[in-house]
Design a protein around this ligand. Structure first.
Ligand code: NDP
Length: 281
């Protein structure tokens, strides 16, 4: 008999609104393993103690969400390649007392995208330049995208991300200002909405895009998980594009975390079903 559970979890503020615990614990239950995921409300001033506590209690690792994704780095021993380039960590793996920081935001998106298209050699347009956009743009560039165009309302953040792609990855990074309706360049293969436009409760918000530039050859992906079918995805489907919702990104981030912590392969269908029940009732 063994009464010692394997411990994992999450440190963030606003933790009560984070559904990851339900998704990961559903995966643990389905795998039949005695592991727990503890969703913890951790204010910025308590982060150092929380990290020390996780190490002291033998946790296998933890996710970090807002506002700890950058601040946690000073408490870690090393970083994975994309986390180093992105400059943010959302998954910490504790092995032999050493803490390694990974960024699974973009990796989760990439796995989801690969269910509909291979990214190598493709031209990608990313809308947004915040945390999600940064992770996605870097990961797509490292996976062999030919070019990544960043379209953002705020010029400074957009230009900085395009410059990062150009300097630190093999892909060409470009910035395009977002003045009025954005027209996708001819030859674009993949469009990613990584802004928060369309997120619940603002579900009717429409991005300023020239609908005529959404050609049927495009893959249009949204990172917004709630609602799973956004206005952008509805518009893109009506134009004949292939579409991808934000649930896949969220599910695959959990998959990557579980692989890192426990070295096992969870059932994605169980995890997605749990999320669908949360977001669509
Ligand atoms: P940030 O606050 O870091 O970035 C928000 C981005 O959206 C910025 O680029 C901002 O532009 C842009 N934006 C916000 N409002 C508007 C607007 N009205 N018009 C044009 N652009 C706008 O947020 P995150 O990057 O952390 O999150 C972005 C989205 O990604 C959220 O909806 C979140 O739910 C989702 N997400 C999904 C995940 C998943 O697994 N599916 C994981 C992580 C995030 P500007 O710089 O000009 O302000």
């Amino acid at each position: 008999m063994d009464f010692l559970s394997r411990l994992t979890g999450s440190f963030s503020t606003g933790a009560a609104g984070n559904p990851t615990v339900a998704v990961i614990e559903a995966a643990y239950r389905h795998l039949g393993i005695d592991a727990r995921y503890v969703n913890c409300e951790v204010p910025p001033e308590a982060l150092a103690d929380a990290v020390r506590g996780a190490r002291a209690m033998g946790w296998l690792g933890f996710n970090c969400s807002i506002p700890h994704k950058v601040a946690v780095i000073e408490h870690l021993d090393s970083l994975g390649e994309s986390a180093r380039i992105i400059g943010a960590v959302n998954c910490v793996v504790i092995r032999d007392g050493r803490l390694v920081g990974e960024n699974t935001d973009g990796q989760g998106f990439l796995i989801s995208l690969r269910t509909v298209v291979e990214v190598a050699g493709r031209s990608v347009v990313v809308l947004g330049a915040g945390g999600a956009a940064r992770a996605i743009a870097v990961e797509l560039a490292l996976a062999g995208a030919r070019g990544v165009t960043i379209v953002n309302r705020g010029r400074g953040r957009g230009e900085a991300l395009a410059a990062l792609i150009d300097a630190r990855t093999p892909a060409r990074g470009e910035f395009a200002p977002w003045d009025g309706e954005y027209r996708l360049p001819e030859g674009t293969d993949v469009l990613v909405n990584a802004t928060s436009v369309g997120l619940f409760p603002d579900v009717d918000a429409r991005l300023p895009l020239d609908g005529d530039s959404l050609s049927p050859r495009l893959v249009v992906a949204d990172v917004i998980p709630n609602p799973p079918t956004t206005v952008l995805l509805r518009d893109a489907r009506a134009r004949g594009c292939t579409t991808l919702d934000g649930l896949g990104m969220l599910v695959n981030q959990g998959v990557i975390s579980i692989r890192h912590w426990l070295g096992v392969e969870p059932d994605t269908a169980v995890m997605r079903h749990t999320l669908e029940q949360i977001f669509t009732g």
